[in-house]
Design a protein around this ligand. Structure first.
Ligand code: FPP
Length: 246
């Protein structure tokens, strides 16, 4: 069996955990049960990422587009999220994981905002791994929010429009100090970006898994990292330039 190269673990892994609904429907279960099983997979993959030495993990937990799902399903996801935040708090903290959030967090129910805020504050000093939940998140709305922030700074005279560059935009994103993902894993066999991290995925390696998210295990995660380790990241350079850096 192929072995992981510990010197080439992706620093930042982003995940689109797709397929909860199909997993449930194929078993004749309500979609809510797929999200429940998907939450278990989140637990397992957070542990796996930490064990492998991934420094940052972002999970696309709820998109701005997901709000249009039936109230019952949205409510079920929110209840699962609230329970997750409460019940995982001790383990995450004990493992030195720092929790963060990206998205229009003010759109979430106040009880969820409260749980999230308390976990973020509790784990603020941890530095083993950083774990971000993208909640009420979309890549386009993140860019819109960054543009608003930049416009306000210009209006207040704190920023010269001519001085705006890519670093400025990065500084107005939800997680301004996070590096771009090295690896994006999408479960559930769809080859779409689904409005996720549109700014940050410019040079990210994509890995599409046919496994539905609730069935996604540590071994699937290891397989994704193994595949990543086979890729040559050229970042716009030629292959020769990458192999013999000047
Ligand atoms: C995609 O499956 C998944 C979601 C829209 C919600 C993501 C939620 C979880 C992974 C569980 C909750 C997580 C935590 C941390 C509590 P889908 O419903 O779009 O699946 P489908 O494509 O098969 O319909």
């Amino acid at each position: 069996m192929a072995r992981l190269d510990p010197a080439n673990i992706p620093r930042h892994v982003a995940i689109i955990p797709d397929g909860n609904g199909r997993w449930a429907e194929s078993r004749g279960l309500p979609r809510e049960e797929g999200h429940r099983a998907g939450t278990e997979a989140v637990r397992e993959i957070v542990r796996a990422a930490h064990e492998l030495g991934v420094e940052r993990l972002t999970i696309y937990t709820f998109s701005t587009e997901n709000w249009v799902r039936p109230d019952e399903e949205v409510g079920a996801i929110m209840r699962l999220l609230e329970t997750y935040l409460r019940t995982e708090s001790d383990e995450l903290h004990e493992n030195g994981i720092r929790v963060e959030a990206a998205g229009r967090i003010h759109e979430l129910d106040t009880n969820i905002q409260r749980e999230l805020d308390s976990l973020i504050r509790r784990t603020e000093g941890n530095d083993e791994m950083r774990l971000a939940f993208a909640l009420s998140y979309s890549g386009r709305s993140e860019i819109v929010d960054a543009a608003r922030g930049i416009a306000r700074a210009v209006e207040a005279g704190r920023l010269d429009p001519e001085a705006i560059d890519e670093k400025t935009v990065q500084g107005f994103l939800y997680l301004p100090d996070w590096p771009d993902p090295d690896l994006l894993i999408r479960a559930g066999d769809e080859s779409r970006i689904s409005n996720f991290m549109l700014w940050q995925l410019a040079y990210t390696e994509f890995y599409i898994s046919s496994t539905l998210w609730p069935d996604f295990t540590k071994q699937h995660f290891v397989d994704a990292v193994l595949e990543y380790q086979k890729r040559e990241r050229r970042l716009g350079k030629t292959s020769a330039q990458v192999q013999t850096p000047t």
